[in-house]
Write a new protein. Sequence first.
Length: 363
Amino acid sequence: MPADTALAELTERIRAARADKTPLDIRGGNTKAWYGEAPVGTPLHTSALAGISSYEPTELVVTVRAGTPLVTLEASLAEQGQCLPFEPPRFGAASTVGGMVVAGLAGPARAAVGGVRDYVLGATLLNGRAELLSFGGQVMKNVAGYDVSRLLAGSMGMLGVLCEVSLKVLPVAPATATLRFEMDEATALQKLNTWGGQPLPLHASAWWEGTLVLRLAGAAAAVQAAQATLGGEVVEVPMAAAFWDGLRDQSDEFFVGARKAVDGGASLWRLSVPQTAPPLKLSGEQLVEWGGGQRWLCTSAPAATVRDAAAAVGGHATLFRGLDKSAGVFAPLKPPLDRIHRELKRAFDPDGLFNRGRLVRGL
């Protein structure tokens, strides 16, 4: 379907929904329906709004429509030796670029390169009045006033229908190496903090069940020098690639086991804490990423116990997967942030049509 036709159909659907006061559940590939609070409303599909609008490899910028499959975009970038540096999780071939942006999730390299919002340059959005709005552009220094395009990253579709987005991309690192170390969690965290303060090309890390895996990436000379400095067991390239892809797409052993546990009544939590935080004394199984800054916890412990433990070290906890969401998926917002969320929702979606309650209950 031509982009103009798809956009016109979406616009008419929004106008009709506004007239009828019908809530809309925005869907791309529908691969993350489990994430966030329960979807509400009539499905509004964006998959017809697909295709790469423009791509300038020499400028490191791509503009792509929201319904474009993520695998399609990454394949086009790979042909030019480029990538999305933040390694967004691919929860299946149907995952879309729009879903990637509004979910705001990033993979193993997040601590080294930044998150989704750091690579959003501009966006177009259909708001709750069925108006097509444009924000930002195709260069980094183009923002005057409130940076709405980056605000869309992690918004869970609560502000409107993302139609198109311009993203900064980067060349694939010329050299990588993966190292493995046997050590307990406390030692791993101490090592990661020490190494993080040194001029080393650290790119990703993961600790689980007594094993720390470290990825180096950058210039070949820098990677080789870091290998000599750090030591450890070198992981062969095919095995390393499979490991990091499995971690990125949450298809590795930890996450497969966690999903089975969730089906049995446990919960998978995503804890965002300072990298310097000590090991958290919580029951269940943990996987530590991002130099200690992201800690996955599969547990049957009460939500209050998990959130209190995260808050005690200066972080917060999100219920990533779980059958029981009665305690809320996202950490409760402090009053000033709650007010900002509600005012933004009213400004962009005054009738509360889009993804009602997916990010903040009552919105």
